[in-house]
Design a protein around this ligand. Structure first.
Ligand code: FES
Ligand SMILES: [Fe+2]
Length: 461
């Protein structure tokens, strides 16, 4: 048995290199002779695994925070939680992006209790300390009781996160000051983010408003689901039927999966369905058909034929380890995962649009997003039902009399991969590369946790 090969692409010839036993191997097993890959189900339900992830993954790598266009004006702010830590994401009076821990430096109270807004100052409700949107302690009641001079105030500035960097307007943070540069972390994923960021001639922006929903499932099930073309036809059969009725045939042919390294993954889907302004389909309407021709020409003129084709021809689902999913499909959606507990994940999603596009295109985008990847669309409720159902089933095999029953299988397509063929989106290669990276990072907290896991069970209730 060998473990954890790390190919550049999912379809690269598989010549599995044995790696030292130990790190993570106990929960993720692959066998290139038997062509099997399996994940121990405690990885989805154990509190100790969750705690280890929080430390080893969320504490030590770049996390997607938000897009710069969410805070377009000085004073704009959003609050959100990453890796369990509450944050303020804002643009200060000078127009600079700032990211603070959302905790008062006096005694730790959550400082800003709004989801979003615009302000020059954040005032703590507890003892009324006031901080500017660039982090200075601007005022505190009864300040004559504190040391005179600037030193005390300077020491009580809002705490920033150690690292903040952005790529194409996508802002990432890290709680570990020593992580490699963002572009190093993103690796090949940076290129695919750039493709999406270059769709609009005037750039791209998030639409105001966020879709926030909670899922009773482990965050890794959301990653698997996004990298899983195998489920598309059976799970979304209503949507597939609707596409067929509207005159657009979907196919699994020419659809591939790529391992982008560092846990990042990519599905490239040419036969999925339309792309607004780029690949027309009947339900987009006749007016959009003519615009698609113009838009394609605009892209060729601006970017050259080759890059325009790379951006426009195929739909893509990009996963940036650990918490960003970029759906560049019929509608463009940014999705962020925030693990709350082993069996509980918060999801935020934003619609990503071209700056300055005509109103009718904007409306088509929103209608299309709502019909498929939106939380009430024809796809996302199916997916959420799938990963909540998986989580329930995973709980069911804990403490199974036969320990072989407590593993999930992800072997699909290993023979094809071993033969040196490009991995297909309907195989499970993109999941395997994710899990290899996960195992390398998380290591083996305690071996397969086949014993009782009361904390995980309690979390679900
Ligand atoms: S805890 Fe914020 S002012 Fe005291
Ligand atoms: Fe799906």
């Amino acid at each position: 048995m060998t473990n954890h090969t790390q190919g550049a692409l999912a379809g690269a010839p598989a010549s599995p290199e044995p790696v030292p036993a130990g790190l993570g191997n106990a929960l993720v097993e692959e066998d290139w002779d038997a062509l099997t890959f399996r994940v121990h189900r405690s990885a989805y339900r154990s509190q100790s695994v969750f705690d280890r992830e929080k430390e080893e993954i969320w504490g030590h790598t770049w996390l997607y925070l938000g897009h710069e266009t969410e805070v377009p004006n000085p004073g704009d702010f959003k609050t959100r939680t990453l890796g369990g830590r509450p944050l303020i994401f804002c643009r200060d009076a000078a127009g600079e992006i700032q990211v603070f821990l959302n905790a008062c430096t006096h005694r730790g109270t959550i400082l800003c209790r709004h989801n979003e807004g615009n302000t020059k100052f954040f005032q703590c409700f507890y003892h009324a300390w006031v901080f500017s949107n660039s982090g200075e302690l601007a005022a505190l009641p009864g300040d004559d009781a504190y040391p005179a001079g600037e030193e005390f105030r300077a020491a009580m500035r809002l705490r920033t996160v150690p690292r903040v960097q952005s790529h194409e307007g996508f802002v990432f943070i890290a709680f570990d000051p020593d992580v490699p540069d963002l572009l190093t972390h993103l690796g090949q994923a940076a290129h695919y983010m750039s493709l999406t960021a270059n769709i609009g001639p005037q750039g791209m922006q998030t639409l105001p408003g966020v879709q926030l929903y909670s899922v009773k499932g482990n965050w890794k099930l959301a990653v698997e689901n996004a990298m899983d073309g195998y489920h598309f036809a059976p799970t979304h059969n209503t949507f597939v039927g609707y596409l067929r009725e509207s005159g657009f045939a979907v196919t699994d042919d020419d659809q591939y999966a790529y391992d982008l390294g560092s846990g990042h993954g990519l599905l490239v889907l040419t036969g999925h369905n339309g792309r607004i302004g780029m690949v027309w389909e009947p339900r987009f309407g006749e007016a959009e058909k003519a615009r698609t021709v113009e838009k394609r020409q605009e892209m060729v003129d601006r970017l050259g034929a080759e890059r325009a084709a790379e951006i426009a021809d195929a739909s893509r689902i990009l996963y940036v380890f650990p918490n960003l999913l970029l759906f560049d499909l019929e509608a463009l959606t940014i999705r962020q995962l925030e693990p709350v507990g082993p069996g509980h994940t918060d999801v935020r999603a934003w619609q990503f649009v071209e700056v300055g596009e005509p109103q009718e295109v904007r409306e088509l985008r929103i209608r299309t997003m709502v019909s498929f990847v939106g939380p009430g669309g024809l796809a996302t409720p199916d997916d959420i039902e799938a990963y909540e159902a998986v989580q329930r089933g995973i709980e069911a095999t804990a403490n199974a009399a036969d320990p072989r029953h407590d593993w999930s299988d992800m072997s699909r397509g290993m023979g094809n991969e071993k033969a040196g063929n490009q991995g297909r989106s309907i195989d499970e290669g993109a999941m395997r590369s994710f899990w290899r990276h996960w195992a390398d990072r998380v290591g083996d907290p305690a071996g397969p946790a086949t014993g009782a896991e009361p904390d995980a069970a309690a979390e679900r209730r």
